[in-house]
Ligand binder design. Structure first.
Ligand code: 5AD
Ligand code: SF4
Length: 441
């Protein structure tokens, strides 16, 4: 056991990575390490990286440079880097050659080997590089040091088989592997016994859950099983692929009382030409039909989406189609990204890349429009009553508490420690594009 030893983990990217970091933390805690917020006090610093867009990578290299000073002050410090970036040869080479203060490089498929890798470094003080091309089956259930006492992530399917032409994920996270239903339900029960009220099921494409399992199990059926878990109050999931968003799933969202009223359904573009070249497997018309059906059949449901602007060959006319789709569908929220060339993906090899200035200008137009729509939608909530799960102090102001509505909107309330972890009714009094404010009833 390591006595009075401290760790810090810096995480980039999506919820999947956040969840992996909780598992890395869980293993470090089992080894006797304790968490510290101060990098200067840490005996181990881990970076869990993301490679989805270029700016994610740039941030990681910036941080690695910064960490050098801590190594200078404490030569025993172990600096490790893992995550999606390390599943690619180029960044691994660059880290290994240019950042000599990094002791450990590992990938997404062997996070469960962290304790052994650290022991090896402690014993030999050699630099260790261990990245696997694929997993030996699924990553086993691991202890998790959860960020929140009341909400938890549960990974249900790893990897992605879709190969959207812009996306690096299938190359770094591997093929789709569903976790057995029993193991998911057991984890949900354990978490609920532990006081967790809300779970979020994670996967690159949760709708293909079960396709690779022998048993007759689908995502809607998994939701039915989880809805039975006593003490659990809310179930969320992300991300859904529109192509696989079935009527059976829609029916279950309507029927199962614990399912949150929020669906994240990334569309990426409103142009059929671009959608085809992205290999998304659906048309603009199909997508509009799905969202309208959700909005009509589940009153009050919030739909959010992702957009990529400036995909290679995207013309002004294509972009206008995206703008029209946004106007037609009134999303509650949208995450908007500038297309980023990811080496190894088909779209990166195209010679009709859109100019940076054009991409930025389109991004701004799209964001301005969506912010206005989100603002108007949220304004309509003023005066209504919403249920929020109170999570604690807000990021910016410890005197203000926050929680999320079933529709996944952040709502600020007055500080009240007793409410942490409770689902309470709130009267909405003010609203912006991204947040609400309310008073607990
Ligand atoms: N460039 C920009 N955005 C991307 N995304 C995925 N790959 C890229 C890329 N190369 C976006 C998609 C996806 C979200 C998680 O990230 O919109 O839904
Ligand atoms: Fe990437 Fe497409 Fe898979 Fe999402 S569905 S992870 S965008 S390849």
């Amino acid at each position: 056991m390591s006595e009075n030893k401290y760790y810090n983990i810096i995480t980039y990217g999506c919820q999947m990575n956040e969840h992996d970091s909780e598992r890395l933390a869980g293993m470090l805690e089992e080894m006797g390490y304790q968490h510290t917020d101060e990098l200067a006090d840490a005996d181990i610093i881990l970076l869990n990286t993301c490679i989805i867009r270029e700016n994610a990578e740039l941030k990681v290299f910036g941080k690695l440079g910064e960490l050098k000073q801590y190594k200078r002050e404490n030569s025993d410090l172990i600096i490790g880097i893992g995550g999606c970036m390390m599943q690619q040869d180029e960044p691994v080479d660059e880290v290994y050659k240019k950042y000599r203060h990094v002791d450990l490089i590992f990938g997404t498929h062997n996070i469960h080997h962290l304790p052994n890798l650290i022991k090896k470094i402690e014993e030999t003080r050699d630099r260790v590089v261990e990245v696997w091309d694929e997993e030996e089956g699924l990553i086993p259930d691991l202890p998790s040091q959860r960020e929140s006492e009341h909400s938890a992530w549960i990974s249900i399917i790893q990897g992605c088989d879709n190969f959207c032409t812009y996306c690096i994920v299938p190359y770094v996270r591997g093929r789709e592997r569903s976790r057995p239903v029993e193991s998911i339900v057991d984890e949900a029960k354990r978490l609920a016994e532990d006081g967790v009220k809300e779970i979020t099921l994670l996967g690159q494409n949760v709708n293909s859950y079960g396709n690779d399992l022998d048993k007759e199990i689908t995502f809607p059926k998994l939701l039915e099983e989880l809805n039975k878990v006593e003490k659990l109050k809310r179930i969320r999931f992300m991300t859904s692929h529109p192509r696989d968003f079935s009527d059976a799933l829609l029916e279950n969202i309507k029927k199962l009382d614990k399912l949150a009223n929020h669906i994240h359904l990334p569309v990426q573009s409103g142009s059929n030409k671009v959608l085809k070249e992205m290999n998304r497997g659906y048309t603009r018309e199909y997508y509009i039909e799905r969202v309208k059906k959700i909005q009509e059949e589940i009153p009050g449901a919030a739909v959010s989406t992702d957009f990529i602007v400036g995909f290679p060959g995207e013309s002004e006319e294509d972009f206008e189609k995206t703008i029209e789709l946004v106007k037609e569908l009134n999303f509650d929220m949208a995450y908007t990204f500038i297309y980023s060339q990811r080496s190894g993906t088909p779209a990166a090899r195209r010679d009709d890349q859109v100019e940076e200035e054009v991409k930025k200008e389109r991004l701004k137009r799209l964001m301005d429009l969506q912010n206005k729509i989100s603002y108007d939608k949220n304004q309509k909530l003023i005066g209504t009553t919403q249920e929020i799960l109170v999570t604690g102090p807000s990021n910016n102001d410890p005197e203000v508490y926050e929680g999320r509505t079933s529709t996944n909107k952040i709502c600020f309330i007055e500080k009240n420690e007793e409410l942490i972890g409770e689902i309470v009714e709130v009267k909405i009094e003010a609203a912006k594009s991204w947040t609400l404010e309310g008073t607990v009833i």
